[in-house]
Structure formats: C-alpha cells, structure tokens
Design a protein around this ligand. Structure first.
Ligand code: G6P
Length: 463
C-alpha cells in the first residue's frame, strides 16, 4: 500500500504510546496507521536557533518527524503571519489583521525549511497530505525540491470572499501557491465557491466540473466536511454519567438548567456576543433567573497576540459584571473557566447540559457542536443553538440556527430551547445524529484519500 505523509503545523505525538485525544489527531493517526506513514511538522518547542534536521520517533506504524521553531520563527511565522494575518482575514476580521513584511518573509522561510527538511525523509511513490493555513506555500516549495508525487491540501478554516482576500498583501502569491497542489479540499461549498471566484478574478482561471485550470496547471477541488467519531463520543458520554465529577455537577445544579459553551479563547468564537446574549436572557426572560446556569469554558490560546489577551480581559470583566448584577446568596449565574479541560470532562459536561451554545462569528466547521450532539442522551437530548456562520450549520439543520451578532436572537433561541417539548428535541437530535453518522470523520478522510489516490493513478497512466 502507498505510504501516507501528513504535514501540519502542530504534530501530536502520542504520550506513553496512547494516541492523543481530539478529533483531528485521532483521524490523522487512524489514516497514518492504516496506510503506514510519516507525520511531519512543528514539535511545539521553541529553540535558540533554527534547524532543518528533524527529530524522529516511531510509534506503531507511524514515524513522527518534528522541527523546533526559533524564537523569531515562532513570533513571525506562527504568531505573526499565520495568526495575525491569515487567520483574521480568513475569518472575515480585517480589523484584527496586522501585516508586517518580516511576518511574510518568515512565513515563506519556514515553509521552505519544512519542504527541504521533509524532502530528505521522502521515499518517492507516496501520497502527501498538507493541512491548514500555516502551510499554504508548502506544496510549491516541495515541487521546488523536486517532489513529483501527488500533494493534497485541506483547509480547516473558512476561505474568505474575494473582496476580503484582496486586503491581504501578497494574496496573489498565496492563491498561486494553492494552484501547485493536485487536490484542494474545503469544508463547505461556500469556501470552495469563494476560492474559485478568487482564482477566476485574479488569474482568469477556467473551471470545468471539479477541476480548475489556471496558468498551465490543473487542480482538482472538492468539499470534505470534517466530522467526528460518533460512536466513540457517544460511548464516552454514556460512561461519563457514572463518574464522580458528573454526579457532583448534577447535585450542584439541582433543578437548574445548564447552558454550556466550550471554545478556544478566540475572537472568532463570538464569546462577547454570547455573554451579552446570556445577560439579555436574564433581563428579558426574568423567570430564567435562579433557574439557569451558564458555564463557559474558554481554553487559553495564542495569548501572546494582543487581541487574544484583550479578549481574555474583556470576558473576565463581563462575567464579573453579570455575576455582580444578578447573583444571589444561593446562585451564581455565570461560571467562566479560563482553562483547558480533558476531552472526557467536556463530554460529560455536554451530556449534563440542556443547551449547547456554539455561536462563532465565523468558523470553518466547528467540531464542538458536533461533539455536543453526539454526547446527548438519545431519550432526553439537549438542544443545540448554533451560529449560521459556522460550517457545521450546513449540515445541522436540527439545531436552532442564529445570527451570532444578534444578541436578542440568541437569547430568544436559548429561551425556545429551554421550553422545547421532548418530541421536538428528539426529532431534531435524530436529524443531527443521522447526519453526523453519514458525514463521519472516517468518511472525510476516506473520500479525501480516495481522490488523492486517483490523482496518483491518473499521473501514472499519463506518464
Ligand atoms: C484551529 C486551526 C488548527 C490549530 C488549532 C489550534 O482549529 O484550524 O490548525 O491547530 O486551531 O490552534 P493553535 O494555534 O494552538 O495550533
């Protein structure tokens, strides 16, 4: 079988032989184990100087090869270009973009270094699968190293509309970089459509079927919505009912309804609007006072970037304000937890909640909302309130869909969720769980790998 090579900015190396928890790590590890393979990327360490010599470790069928980043590369490639330029623009937030020339140079430099380092590990005749926005130029850089095997790229985040993309200095080069892949995968039709539009406007590209022809190159494109492992999650959720933490929470909640949110602390997640929506619920639906508890878990992320630090401060202030205004001797309305919790703990909390609040201002897919649904008790499921601007909204029509900027609409949706009769909750749950089973994590990787293999077969037959 053809060896698979996966490249992502972060590589998740199993600790003490156990694969790491978390949707994508599980999917990628599964594919690598099936095909046998190599996972290459940043090992998460920052070193004094940069090096192109990877450190390798072997677990089962998989070789993990990682490079450290120098302090300068961490600041300029990871925090800088990836997360202060590409991330905000691709999440439709031009105000948060901070473009600097040294960021752009570092982005190119690190991608070139990844390519030259990786090429020493390639054996030829492999399938190469690159992930996410940190590595847009990697395919072209690998071609520069003489790599001729098929290279696929999957974008986990949204693709911005052409008019927004044009605000990103050097966007033409980034688009051209993408045209060096053989297969380009997006989360939703919207993202694929936006990409097509951008290459048509910029390069007069021609689209026929799934293929884009441009500047003498042909690229196949497709939509592959990332999913979850429903059975694994549902099993975990069922087991969680028995643990001490869940029993304690149940006791603490008493008759109260739990509303839950769990996100990385990121401005794209719509947390400020969500806090305002909960306050609007307490103001406009007064009977919810004393009877509901809003728990927001916000795991720290990219905290060296000013916008992230400012958001942390703002949320602390908002939680304090709501509690200061509404709390009573026997009731604290907002439980704000600025910490990372293990996945099992989150799944247990999802199972105990009546409402899952997932209201990003933009999101490529969002797996939290899918995990929330899979964690529900099928006989007595909670209700998902979901942003219509998350990729997952295209699949989860059983959720109550809201505009994440419309604080009053979110508050009303929470109220509707808390009043929803059991029959309707079950019906909505069935729609969503059926969809999650059809578009599972395994289906996502199976289809992408199948299409990438076809590229290889086509190349071989035309050689
Ligand atoms: C998003 C991105 C991933 C990234 C993750 C965590 O889901 O699509 O590529 O790994 O956020 O962010 P971090 O900056 O900690 O890697």
């Amino acid at each position: 079988m053809t060896r698979l090579v996966v490249i992502s900015n972060r590589v998740s190396i199993p600790e003490s032989g156990k694969p790491q928890a978390g949707g994508l790590a599980v999917a990628i590890t599964g594919a690598l184990n099936e095909y046998g393979g190599l996972w290459f990327g940043w090992g998460g360490k920052v070193s004094q100087s940069s090096t192109s010599r990877p450190t390798t470790v072997q677990h089962d069928n998989i070789t993990y090869a990682t490079l450290p980043l120098s302090k300068e590369d961490y600041d300029d490639y990871y925090l800088g270009f990836s997360n202060e330029v590409v991330w905000p623009v691709f999440h439709f937030n031009l105000g948060a973009m901070d473009f600097r020339l040294n960021y752009a140079k570092a982005y190119q430099r690190v991608n070139e270094r990844f390519a030259s380092s990786l090429s020493t590990l390639l054996e030829g005749g492999e399938l190469i699968w690159v992930h996410d926005y940190h590595l847009l130029p990697l395919g072209k850089a690998l071609r520069g190293q003489g790599v001729s095997d098929p290279i696929g790229f999957f974008l986990h985040i949204p693709f911005p509309s052409y008019d927004l993309l044009r605000a990103l200095p050097g966007y033409r080069e980034l688009l051209d970089d993408l045209l060096h892949y053989n297969l380009l995968g997006f989360q939703t039709d919207n993202d694929l459509h936006a990409f097509r539009q951008a290459v048509i406007e910029t390069f007069d590209a021609v689209v026929f079927g799934d293929t884009i022809e441009c500047n003498g190159k042909q690229v196949r494109t497709g939509v592959y919505p990332v999913g979850i492992d429903v059975d694994e999650l549902a099993g975990e959720a069922e087991r969680s009912c028995a643990n001490e933490q869940a029993r304690q929470l149940k006791q603490d909640l008493g008759e109260r309804d739990l509303i839950i949110g769990a996100d990385r602390l990121d401005y794209s997640k719509g947390l400020v609007q969500r806090f305002n929506a909960f306050e609007a619920l307490l103001t406009h639906f007064k009977h919810r006072r004393q009877r509901t508890m809003f728990m927001q878990i916000a795991s720290p992320s990219r905290s060296a970037i000013p916008e992230y630090d400012e958001l942390r401060r703002q949320l602390e202030e908002m939680a304090g304000h709501i509690n200061g205004t509404y709390a009573d001797l026997d009731w604290v309305p907002v439980h704000y937890l600025n910490k990372t919790y293990p996945r099992e703990a989150l799944i247990g909390l999802f199972r105990s909640a009546r409402v899952g609040l997932v209201t990003p201002l933009r999101d490529g897919m969002n797996l939290v909302c899918k995990e929330f649904v899979a964690a529900q008790d099928p006989d007595d499921p909670g209700v998902l309130v979901l942003s219509e601007l998350a990729g997952a909204a295209h699949e989860l029509s059983g959720a109550l869909l809201v505009n994440p900027y419309d604080v009053h609409a979110i508050a009303s949706a929470i109220e509707q969720a808390l009043n929803m009769p059991l029959d309707e909750r079950r019906e909505r749950y069935q729609q969503m769980i059926g969809m999650l089973r059809r578009n599972s994590l395994f289906e996502w990787r199976r289809r992408f790998m199948e299409h990438l293999s076809q590229q290889q077969a086509d190349a071989q037959s035309s050689a």
